[in-house]
Design a protein around this ligand. Structure first.
Ligand SMILES: [Mg+2]
Length: 269
């Protein structure tokens, strides 16, 4: 069976020459001639992204869902907040282990947020304006979905302070995240309301689809951590973006080298 492999890189002459000895090259994608080609080997060898063209009919997609921290944006917000309390290292280690699936998300969030108790809320604005950037290709990707009339959502185990600002800056359609409790302009060290863990992320996507009358197969989900796997599992297409090894092995599309705009390649075949 022949499948299409997408080379997610502008083909410079050197790469084209190397690859065309093995594959037929058509513009930026190639027709797979060798059934047993190992995409992991190709990725390692050329240090660019290779994926199979999805079998899913992408013209049916209605919703794009992105995780926030280390996916749509370049940072883990909680680690940067912690930096203003001089505990970035301590918090960062917990965040990393949690995203790898080595710590329970709920107790990890509880612990990390408790360490932020007493910090001024001004820190949140500093993190947003001084530390946070949209990941490479992220703005182009969101613009692309708008041209396709595909709705966009940010679903995060991080905080509404940041998702709300991103909704405004990027004109996203929907958001879901944890609420940081604030009193007297200081973080109280807890969150309010329903905790947004892996299950809650997935539930949010399901509820949105149910409300709008979309099937879950009409959703693309991109993320990088194990707490994205539940919502990835229900989606029509799951994309791992510079993700943890424990995430990569469960998804349809892997982006390890390029930006978020590599997702556009899947539509342009
Ligand atoms: Mg993340």
């Amino acid at each position: 069976m022949s499948m299409t492999i997408i080379i997610q890189h502008s083909l410079d002459e050197n790469i084209a020459k190397k690859i065309s000895s093995k594959f037929q090259v058509f513009n930026t994608h190639i027709r797979h001639k060798i059934v047993s080609a190992n995409l992991d080997d190709l990725r390692q060898q050329y240090q660019i992204d290779f994926n199979y063209l999805p079998k899913l009919d992408l013209s049916s997609i209605q919703l794009f869902v992105s995780d926030m921290d280390s996916t749509l944006i370049n940072i883990e917000c909680i680690d940067e907040i912690a930096d203003f309390a001089n505990i970035k290292r301590e918090v960062g280690v917990i965040t990393e282990l949690t995203m790898q699936g080595k710590l329970d998300f709920g107790s990890s969030l509880f612990k990390r947020v408790s360490l932020l108790k007493g910090l001024s809320v001004d820190v949140l604005d500093k993190v947003y304006t001084q530390r946070l950037s949209v990941s490479p290709g992220g703005r182009s990707l969101i613009s692309f979905f708008k041209t396709k009339f595909i709705k966009t959502a940010i679903v995060s185990g991080g905080f509404t302070y940041f998702t709300n600002r991103l909704v405004k800056d990027l004109a996203l359609d929907y958001a879901c995240a944890n609420v940081l409790s604030i009193e007297n302009n200081q973080l109280t060290g807890v969150t309010e309301g329903l905790m947004i863990n892996a299950q809650a992320k997935s539930d949010f996507v399901k509820a949105l689809c149910d409300k709008q009358g979309w099937s879950y197969s009409q959703v693309i989900v991109v993320g990088d951590g194990v707490n994205d796997l539940d919502m990835m599992n229900i989606a029509g297409l799951s994309v791992a973006y510079h993700a943890k090894p424990s995430v990569i092995k469960h998804v349809d599309i892997i982006i390890n080298f390029g930006g978020l705009d590599k997702i556009i390649d899947l539509f342009n075949q």
